[in-house]
Every structure is written in C-alpha cells, then in structure tokens.
Design a protein around this ligand. Sequence first.
Ligand code: ATP
Ligand code: MG
Length: 707
Amino acid sequence: VTASLQQALAGLNPGQREAVLHQSSPLLILAGAGSGKTRVITVKIAYQIEALGHDPRSILAVTFTNKAAGEMRERAAGLAERAGDVTIRTFHSFGAWMLRRNADVAGLPRGFSIYDDSDAVSLLHSLFPERKRPDLARYSQAISRAKDYCLTPEDDLLEISEDPDLPRIYAAYQKRLEEIGNVDFGDLIMRPVKLLESEPAVAQRLQSRFRSILVDEYQDSNVAQYRLLRALCDQTTFVCVVGDDDQSIYRFRGAEVQNILSFSRIFPGTRVVKLEQNYRSTAPILDLAGAVVARNEGRLGKHLYTERTEGDVPRLILLGDQDQEVSWVIEQVRSCQREDRPGVTAVLYRTNAQSRPFETALLREGIPYRIVGSLRFYEREEVKDAVAFLRFLANPRDEVGFRRIVNKPARGIGAKTLDRLLQHQGVARGDLRRACEYGLGEVSKKAALALKEFLQVFDEMERRLEGDQDAELTPAGEKTLASAVEHLLEISGLSRYHQEQDQIAGTQKLQNLEELVNAASLYPLSREGLVEFLEAIELDSSRDVASSEDARVVLITMHNTKGLEFDRVIITGLEEGLFPRNDDPRELEEERRLFYVAVTRAHQEVTLTSCRRRRLHGRFMDLLPSRFLAEIPRDLVQVESFQGGDRASLQDGSPWQKGTPVYHDDYGSGIVIRSWQAGAERCVEVRFETGMTGQFFPAYDSSLERV
Ligand code: ATP
Ligand code: MG
C-alpha cells in the first residue's frame, strides 16, 4: 500500500472506512452533501488496486460529468500508481466506448457518428418534411425521453406522451438512424442495454472484465442507466453506488430518484452505509440547507452533522434592484481582496443568462473570474449572432458580421451567391448593403427574394433608430435601445431560430437574447446609442482578465455546482419566478433540492441575495421574494436590507399576526396564517380566498395591505 493511500485510509471516519473496506456484497452509500461520498469512491478504487490486488482494468467508475471523471482520475492516480488503467467515464461515454468495441455485433459501422439533438431533428425533418420543426423538436424530445426509459417504438409509450403519432414517428426515426449507421445520445445507453440483454457472449465478456463497478451521483441516473448497470453485473460483480436523494436535480432530463430508493431491493444483500458527518460546511450553513429541503415530502431523511459548529450565520441581503445586487457582489469580492482572505467566491444563479451583468461588472473592475460550465456571455453563439446583426446595422462595411448573419437563420443564400455579392464590394465602397443591392439581378430569383428581405430588416431598423413608438424610457425620460434590439431579434428571425434550438436541445439561448435586450436598455435609442452599446460590448469582450484559471471568482449556474465546493457561495436572484422558476408543486420540490445543493457547496460562508426589481424585457419589473426565504426559520439567517421603502410596519410591534385580514393586489383577499421574524424582517404566510397560499415580506411589498 502506498504511503498516500495509507494516509487517506487513516483519515477516514468509521463509516467511510467501512464503505471502503466492504467488498462482500452490493454497497449503497446514502448520505448527505459533503459527507465524503466521492472521496470514498476514489479511495476505494485505490484500495482495491493496492490492498486487494485487483487488476485496475477490472474496475469501472461512473461519474456525472467528464470533468468529474478527470478529477477522480487525478485523485486516484495520487493514491495508487496503476489507477491510470481504471475505466473512469460518464454513462454516455462508457456506452459509446462499449458500442465502438462491439460495433460488429451491435450492427453498427465502427466509425458511427453520434447525433446530437439538433441532428436528430434534422433527421426527423428529412423523414417528415411536411411537419413543422417545433413539432419535430417535440417528437425528438419525446423519443429521447422514451430512450431514457429504454422504451422502443414497440413498447407502450403512453407514459411518455399521449400523442398517437409518436410510435409511428419514433419507429421511422429509429429505422432510418439504424440504416445510416448512426446513434443518438439516448442510443448510447439504450443500445448497450439491448446488446447486453440479447448477446450473452458480449455480456459475459464485459462481466468478466469489470469485476467492480462504482457509480457516483446515482440519484441522477435514469432508468436506462440503471438497466445498463444491472446488465453489466453478474452474480459476483461488486457494485457500489453512492448518492443523496436530496440532491436529485435532473428529473427534467429523465433522472429517476427511484433508482437509489429501490437499489437495496434489486440488489439482494445490499449493505447500506450512511455517512453522517459533513466535512465541507459549518453548522449554520447545514442548518440553512436542511431547513428548506425539510419541507419536501417523500424524502428518506438523513442526519448530517459537522464538527465545525462555529461559523458565520448565512446572510440574506435584500436589495432594491439588480444593479445593486451586482454592486453588492463586487463589493464582497473587493473586500475579500482587500482583507486578503484566501479562497474562492462562487456566484450562483438559476439560469445561464444571469451571468451577463456579473461578467460585465467584473470585467470593468478588472477582477479575474472563471465561468464554469458555459461560455462567457458575449461568446455564446446566439449572442454573437445578435451582436453581428447590430454591428452590421451600425456599420454596413462590417464584412465579418455580414458573413455571419447573411444566411443565419438560413434563408437560402449560399456560398455562390455570397461570392457574387462580394464582387460588388469595391464599387459599393465597401458598403455591403449597397453591394447586395447591386448584385440582386445576378443571383437566383429565390436568393434575390431572400436578400431583399434581409435588406429590409436593416431599412426598418434604420427607421426605428430614428424614433421608436414602443421604446421604453430611461429613468431620465429618454427612450432606450431595448425595444429596438428586441424588434431586430424578431424581424431578423433570430429569436424564432434560437427558440427552436432551445426546444430541440433544451438549451436556454432565447434567455440569453433577452438578456442582451436588458443590456441594451442602458443605452439611448439613437445611432450614437447603438454605437456606444457595441463599443461597450467590444471592450468587454476584449478585456482579457476573464480567462484566468486561478481566478478567485467563479460564476456558475446552480445545476453546474453539483459535486463542487467553494469557500464562499453567493446565491443570487432569490425571487419568485426566478428561483423557484415557477410554482408547479412537483417542480417546487426539485427547486428546493437545487437550493440544498447550492447552499451545501460552501466551506465558510453563504449569502443569499434577493432583489425587489429586476430588468425583464429591457425594463425594471417588481418581483416578490422567493418563497424559499420565507421557509427559512428566523434564526438561521441574518437579514440585511438595502431596499429602502416603508419600514414603518416593521416597527409597530407585530401588526401582521395570525388572523389579520389582508388584501393583495394580484391575489385578492386573504388572511395571515403564520407570521414570524426572518432576521430583521417580518415574514407572513397568507391564505387567500382562492385557496392559494403565499409568503411575503410586507415591509417591502406594497401590494399586500392590511384591511
Ligand atoms: P457531494 O454530495 O456534494 O457530492 P460528497 O459526499 O461527495 O459531496 P466529498 O466531495 O467527497 O463529499 O467530500 C466533501 C469534502 O470533505 C471534501 O473536501 C473532502 O476532501 C472532505 N472530506 C471527506 N471526508 C473527509 C474526512 N474523513 N476527513 C477530512 N475531510 C474529508
Ligand atoms: Mg460528491
């Protein structure tokens, strides 16, 4: 045994050690956040190699992301010399590996390609050209969901969708996919399952190769992945899964928390190990995380404690608007720098598009940051498309912008047409809109029509820049660029195009475009305003502080924080409609788990921010505080309010006690059913006559009144 492994073993607590040593039956490690589940898997890999003398090639470890696989590989290599030979992959990458190895038996060409979601829609389109793309996107999604459950076209698909056409469309799609010898993402799991179930020789070969299988983040596996795991195991395979039912946050992608709940039943003789000590966070942080998730029903319920009982009480910062939120975050980062406090601050948000204002501010302050799991805002495809349109509007000589957008979204202007047009560039003195006009007569009729429409976009936008009826006003009473940009996104077809992409691939491109509209609302509606806006974008994009690997600020969506840890965590945007996204009761439980994941990433400090107003569609809209805030018992957070507003109701004793009749502008009459102090703020829960209940901070919500 290497010295480093010996040290790692000595550092384990009894439950962790038991989990590392246990080999005689299936093992389920069911434990809360930060209890060392991932660490146990990593040490166990090394232990199996070094202490038990297992062949590293006989070990398969499955992680949730490729990045997590990389980290596990690195850590394991530090503990056991030959850990490099262990197969550490995601389920999908393992499936692809397996299909390549067994391409012949699987009936696939060795060089098969993997279709992504938009390839899948294109394939559907070639089969059903008469159907609209958004419809096909829906079918594509249904097919992929069916594959998450390992359902073939012949199976009963009613659980997936009641659409009577689905089986026929799925069958045609699958047949064609097989004919051309490619696979989609769902196939990367489902085809290996079918292969293992129908080809005993293949199953036997893999079962005798992988004698030990370990799966991290098992609560987010789907049914097909569970079937794959099962099919890889024979009577004697050692199987170990680890997970936390409270951290299941991918149900919308087919994850089945049931997998972990029923593991012991399906693998007889399972040893269940619960880890109860959290090594990541302080007690006040765990209390906060636990309080919110405790509201969920149907949890297994776990005990989690920490020896780090001292620590700052998490803060709840109530802010007037989103600009204040950004300034507040920057000030936190600055004060860490000033006081030379070590470690990383992570700024978390619910949707990807929310990174924009933080990025802009960090760039302007010259503070290096790292954005995890996505591109920087202005590098995102859809944002670059929109900016290219704006640049070409501002400057018809911008060839780079022109080339990017002349046929995006596709309007039938091909490379040949483009060459033709560019020949007129000289005569038009570089003005590419003029060059297009000159070239109109020389290109095909169809291309000419498309070009005219393309040029009209800019004519219309020129008019808009002169004066726009719908424009939003700045606080100073000026018209802003926001509605013009919104209009451009409409008439250029970009919004529609990216919305379709979103439906196809489950991305959030449209939200990024909407966020660009918000950014535009800071500039006046005029040609100069447009130029200023573009200049700001260019300056921000060329500032190079962002890429630094050792940046002490991380921007990240809550979903992407899975499995990670940071010294300080700031969870932003705790407002109804943003987080939680909506109030569908089933989704609400998942949002609460997401909150739990987010809070439990922190070593030292958690801060929640909530704004009263936020920019939506280019103007400030009033928002209600997230209901999660009202679910936090009063002594678990320290509230600091920078919202201003009428504080009178705060001071006069407890005028909002239980039984107080109230009226809300949106929800009508109701009665206070609960009232408590959340830090410095009073919070009330109201049941309305409609039967709906809601939680409010009356001091900051003028739409709620006592009657
Ligand atoms: P999550 O649920 O968030 O995935 P996890 O259960 O996988 O968390 P780990 O990431 O393995 O937890 O561990 C959390 C932190 O606690 C890590 O920094 C890890 O190094 C540390 N840790 C785990 N076990 C111990 C231990 N016995 N002694 C000291 N530190 C530990
Ligand atoms: Mg983990």
